[in-house]
Design a protein around this ligand. Structure first.
Ligand code: ZN
Length: 326
């Protein structure tokens, strides 16, 4: 898997390769961008490209060096990540000892600090010197979501490399390659995982389908007999409501005549079309509002039982009102 196989970040990868070709790769990089889109993968890919036995400034992914980085046992490549809730000073001290020695196998030593925003203040302060005056051949690659989560003293010592969210088509392309999810299901996974590839890949489609059947069934009645609100935590409710919001949105899109390929629940196209014929456009739009309001209330820590009762009451009221108007 050479650089060209990293999907969705063509320009970023091109820039990195150009810096490598010109021998100007900075010794400290700060990768920022949404979770689960390939920042850490890019960090490991740079490590491979610096050490690959077969390619220069790219990597073959099959030589002993590339293989050992993939397996996580290359002596000159380290991954530091939170132990518990934070990256601690002890972890950094341990790692900094390794910087005192020359790389074991080649000319480079690469360290990837994942979720770098979770470094404690002491841990963050302890790496300032390494960022300022790194030993020859050192590359430190910090990975985070936003630069504002990092100490300005760290940001100013790194070259910031911004990663954009994956487009839906890039996301689906990778997802279909790495999981057994079918094409029509991929868009649902993209929307529910908010474009976070690592989350999407780990999603269980059986679980999502079951959750969707449960919620759609309950909204059809409409009652929430199948959904035990008292036993369901806020995160589960939000997940179910989001699925429903996309379901009703799909009905609206169908009524507007958009391309089926833009629907979230493409794998249930027949059901959707049937339902879209039954629910008037204005009622569907109103239902989306009700669902979004409930999600907002839950995100603001509303009592789940009261929030869902309120949703049901509004749902019933809007349905009856619409029926009278028809
Ligand atoms: Zn290689």
């Amino acid at each position: 898997m050479p650089f060209k196989d990293i999907i969705g970040h063509d320009k970023t990868i091109r820039d990195i390769q150009r810096l490598m070709d010109e021998d100007r790769l900075p010794h400290a990089l700060l990768f920022t961008g949404p979770e689960g889109i390939g920042k850490k993968l890019t960090g490991f890919s740079i490590a491979k490209a610096l050490m690959c036995k077969e390619s220069k400034n790219d990597f073959c992914d099959s030589c002993p060096s590339c293989q050992s980085i993939s397996k996580g046992n290359h002596p000159d490549v380290a991954l530091i990540q939170p132990e518990g809730n934070s990256i601690k000073i002890e972890q950094m001290r341990e790692w900094q000892k390794t910087l005192e020695y020359r790389p074991y196998l080649g000319s480079h030593r690469v360290t990837i600090i994942d979720q770098a925003e979770k470094m404690t203040q002491a841990a963050a302060n302890s790496i300032l010197k390494a960022l300022e005056e790194p030993p020859l051949g050192t590359l430190i690659c910090l990975v985070t979501i936003e630069t504002r989560d990092m100490l300005p003293t760290i940001v100013s010592r790194c070259q910031v490399v911004r990663f954009s969210p994956l487009s839906c088509s890039d996301f689906c392309k990778i997802l279909l390659d790495k999981s057994n999810i079918s094409g029509p299901q991929a868009r649902l996974v993209y929307n529910i995982s908010k474009g976070q590839l690592s989350k999407g890949i780990s999603m269980n489609m059986d679980y999502l389908s079951k959750l969707r059947d449960e919620w759609i069934g309950s909204f059809r009645s409409p009652s929430f007999d199948n959904i035990s609100v008292t036993k369901t935590d806020q995160a589960n409710l939000l997940e179910g409501l989001e699925i429903m919001a996309y379901w009703v949105r799909d009905m609206v899109l169908l009524q507007l005549g958009v391309d089926d390929a833009l629907l979230t629940h493409q794998d249930m196209l027949g059901e959707l079309k049937k339902e879209a014929r039954k629910v008037p456009y204005r009622l569907a739009m109103h239902r989306i509002d009700i669902i979004l309001q409930t999600m907002e209330a839950l995100q603001n820590n509303a009592n789940p039982k009261i929030a869902m009762d309120c949703l049901l009451w509004q749902w019933d009221k809007s349905t009856n009102k619409e029926m009278v108007m028809i």
